[in-house]
Ligand binder design. Structure first.
Ligand SMILES: [Zn+2]
Length: 268
């Protein structure tokens, strides 16, 4: 095993077999901002063989405070984040395959975006896209790692199809856009996405190594300003259309909103 991976190989839960397994794995990172950029770099340094990099945005000046993959030159030339990320990661680890996709994920593109992945890791900045990822990953049987960050706070948990709760079990449907605090309204402390990206990447590696379980499906809540980390176990919601009933017919209409009394009840 080459020197670059020697510290991971010496870490017992990975070892040489795990490192070889990572080399043949595919991870998809959706959203390449503070969270996704941090995740993508950690995955590249870990030697995950194929990394699909998905984002429809271009690099902007407001990104540079926390989005570690990008430079002033990327801003000056309005380089698409997926392209800039692939270029930067190619300098970090040239032995991997990068698949930059300059696109936003919606219900029409999501299955082609995540198909074939061993894990999907969330670096998005909006709940609507996370519900789209949730439903598609459950339908396709792909584990995915939720991650979110605002101000100094962050949250993450992993959805393991068939083994634990999903995002719709936690909150059955996304609240209306603009009703929750966001980076636009209350800001983001630079170290916060770095902390959540580290937790997300660790969960993603555990998935790829076949070691994910209840530790991963638990919600991790962190406040890097106050130095606080808490873990909360939550259960599958009775009748969850996505992970319990596995009835995805709701995706065909009504904007992807699942019907039924379970949905209405858990809104309260
Ligand atoms: Zn569910």
């Amino acid at each position: 095993m080459e020197a670059r991976y020697s510290r991971h190989v010496r870490f017992a839960p990975i070892g040489p077999e795990g490192q070889a397994r990572l080399a043949s794995a595919t991870a998809v990172v959706v959203g390449l901002g503070g969270l996704g950029g941090g995740v993508a770099e950690l995955l590249a340094r870990a030697g995950v063989g194929c990394i699909r990099l998905v984002d429809g945005d271009v690099v902007e000046w407001s990104n540079l405070g926390r989005q570690i993959l990008y430079t002033e030159e990327d801003c000056q030339h309005s380089v698409p984040k997926a392209v800039a990320a692939a270029r930067r990661l190619g300098l970090v680890n040239s032995q991997l395959r990068y698949e930059p996709l300059v696109r936003y994920v919606d219900r029409g593109t999501v299955e082609a975006t995540v198909g074939g992945a061993g894990v999907v890791i969330d670096g998005t900045d909006n709940l609507e896209t996370r519900y789209i990822l949730n439903d598609a990953c459950l339908k396709l049987g792909i584990p995915w790692v939720y991650g979110a960050c605002v101000a100094s706070l962050g949250m993450t948990f992993t959805v393991l199809p068939g083994q634990g709760p999903c995002l719709r079990c936690f909150v059955s449907h996304p609240p209306p856009p603009g009703t929750l605090p966001s980076g636009e309204t209350v800001g983001i402390l630079g170290p916060a996405p770095a902390a959540v990206a580290a937790l997300e990447t660790a969960q993603g590696l555990r998935v790829l190594l076949g070691k994910a379980g209840p530790t991963d499906t638990a919600l991790k809540h962190v406040d890097v300003w106050e130095g606080y980390l808490a873990t909360l176990q939550f259960d599958r919601a009775d009748g969850c259309p996505a992970c319990v009933r596995r009835d995805f017919s709701f995706l065909e209409g009504r904007g992807g909103v699942p019907p039924g009394p379970d949905h209405e009840c858990s809104r309260d």
